[in-house]
Design a protein around this ligand. Structure first.
Ligand code: COA
Length: 540
């Protein structure tokens, strides 16, 4: 594969302006992530109390379980950001992928310093999403349970519907039937719903003095039966390990529990991350020829000014080597083969609006990857499919639909990164969340909505004025409508608004993109080769 020759002028004023703006974006991201880790006013008292009880903080727990010097890919750190009066940093739950004895595991760990680890609507979404990741990528789950169960004031948003709390139990049972191990360490009070997480696990460790499991806690037992009982006598580690058998092992403290957990992991007979023997073609990785930090200066500070997708690809892929497909045709989409951390992948990236030719080119390329069994990476930066009479005459609706259908039916692993705008049906054709990519990450400059705020302002004002059927509208009223629409679209397309609602698996610094993709592709690499699709390459 040939090396991309970068045309970026590192000394230009434009580069410096973009870079300064992006460095600010990254600082904001880091500050907000740090807030999710240890911020929040009420949280400080909870953290002190947590330490006072001799309990380890949630991320340190994960660190104690995972292998030394291995990465932990935390997902959706900013889930719930800006919601629930800012009282639920990280939605009170940490999820991600960590390595134990060389095997990747999904971690689902409650943060008891946030609302007692109880599960708010976004927490449930995070929990269920992590289970789906485990199912699709065939990994076991380690639950570090320290949770008051359902967040009761919002019970209607977490209890009854599909993918609510019930959906998490359903997945636990289904995962078990698929032969995927699930292990629980009980580190706090697990009441009602919380009790079923360990109860549905294959093996359970309880830590004496802090771990408790009961269907109804002491206050409920008192109200229902008039029985007055201490928490440990009702559901402590001794009772459950030596009398009820709900737990299999008892540990004196957290460290002992994690040692035992690692020992159990060793017995689960799971596939390690072993790139050498994969169905995905692999060669020794090579660092990109251009530093990833240069992406800061390439992404336009003004999001109406496009930037060249090839320059981004050059900073993500091995050796900046890229075999472009159909480079002379449909150039608003860049397609081609490359390697990420040694794995062969097909890359599809936008250079702005999607025209008919670009949609057909992408469809053709997806067919190639499907036939050759090559995973697909989508780098989204598009305002959508092209509108207008020329475009309609050229059949954009059917050509866009071909691309959408090809993306939806591709059976090879697909991964998406929002590197800029993710607007309109372009978001779907480029494997947006609705198309179930295995992972979807977003950069802090990304924007996601039906259309950009500028366009929405014009379209919606026209619709409103049209709807008034000749009634007079003053300039002041029009200005107010415009302001309101713009504000709504700007707020709702903000990447923090999106990540808070788990429309992605997390915001990432562009510099970390290659590592995140490398890790998630290596999960698919350890699975069996996906069953082949039709294998037909139909020239568009
Ligand atoms: N729903 C809503 N809020 C809950 C909650 C729940 N299920 N469990 C805990 N919280 C909140 C508390 O209101 C408190 O909120 P605050 O920080 O705004 O004051 C915070 O979590 C900490 O709770 P607290 O009881 O002070 O902490 P603790 O460490 O002493 O005890 C629990 C933690 C989880 C053992 C205890 O709160 C508990 O038993 N909760 C109720 C569990 C329950 O009945 N769940 C039913 C689920 S169906």
């Amino acid at each position: 594969m040939n090396r991309i020759t970068s045309r970026v002028d590192l000394k230009s004023e434009e580069f410096a302006t973009n870079q300064a703006k992006y460095q600010d974006e990254v600082r904001t991201l880091q500050e907000r992530q740090q807030w999710a880790i240890d911020g929040g006013e009420k949280r400080q008292r909870s953290i002190e109390r947590h330490h006072g009880r001799g309990k380890v903080m949630v991320r340190d727990r994960i660190d104690l379980v995972t292998d030394d010097n291995t990465p932990f890919l935390e997902l959706s750190t900013l889930g719930a950001y800006g919601q629930y009066n800012d009282e639920a940093p990280g939605a009170g739950i940490v999820t991600g992928i960590g390595v134990v004895h060389g095997v990747p595991w999904v971690f689902i760990a409650n943060d008891a310093t946030v609302k007692g680890g109880s599960l708010l609507p976004v927490s449930i979404k995070k929990h269920v999403r992590a289970q789906d990741i485990a199912l699709e990528n065939e990994m076991g789950i380690i639950y570090l349970v320290d949770s008051g169960g359902a967040f009761l004031p919002l019970q209607d948003e977490i209890f009854p519907d599909k993918d609510h709390f019930g959906g998490s139990f359903y997945r636990q049972a289904r995962m078990s039937a698929r032969g995927l191990p699930q292990l629980s360490v009980v580190l706090g009070g697990c009441t009602a719903g919380g009790a079923y997480v360990p109860a549905l696990s294959d093996e359970v460790i309880m830590v004496e003095g802090i771990g408790r499991i009961f269907l109804g806690g002491p206050p409920i037992v008192k109200a229902a039966l008039g029985e007055i009982i201490e928490p440990d006598d009702l559901g402590g580690a001794v009772l459950h390990t030596r009398t009820s058998g709900v737990s299999d092992y008892i540990a004196d403290n957290e460290r002992e529990a994690y040692g035992k957990l690692r020992e159990i992991c060793e017995t689960t007979n799971q596939r390690r991350i072993d790139t050498g023997s994969s169905w995905i073609d692999w060669t020794e990785p090579e660092a990109p020829a251009y530093p990833a930090e240069e992406i800061y200066g390439i992404v336009s500070a003004d999001d109406r000014i496009p930037f060249d997708a090839t320059e981004i690809i050059a900073r993500l892929v091995d050796g900046s080597r890229f075999a472009a497909f159909k480079p002379e045709w449909g150039d608003s989409i860049v397609c081609g083969f490359a390697r990420i951390w040694g794995h062969l992948v097909g890359v599809i990236a936008n250079n702005g609006v999607i025209f008919s030719e670009s949609a057909l080119k992408a469809t053709h390329f997806i067919e190639l990857c499907e036939q050759r069994r090559v995973p697909l990476i989508f780098l989204q930066n598009t305002s959508g499919y092209m509108v207008g009479s020329d475009s309609e005459k050229g059949g954009i609706a059917k050509n866009g639909a071909k691309m959408v259908a090809a993306v939806a039916n591709a059976t090879v692993p697909r991964y998406t990164v929002l590197i800029g705008g993710a607007y309109g049906a372009g978001n779907y054709g480029m494997c947006g969340r609705g198309f179930n990519p295995r992972f979807l990450f977003a950069w802090p400059n990304s924007r996601i909505a039906t259309m950009a705020a500028d366009t929405a302002e014009t379209v919606l004002v026209d619709i409103r004025v049209g709807g008034m059927k000749g009634a007079e509208t003053t300039d002041a009223e029009l200005a107010e409508i415009r302001r309101h629409i713009r504000e709504q679209y700007e707020t709702q397309s903000d990447p923090y608004y999106a990540t808070s609602r788990l429309w992605d698996d997390g915001l990432i610094d562009p510099v970390d993109t290659r590592d995140a993709l490398g890790l998630v592709i290596s999960l698919a690499a350890r699975q069996d080769k996906p069953e082949s699709g039709p294998g037909l390459v139909y020239r568009m």
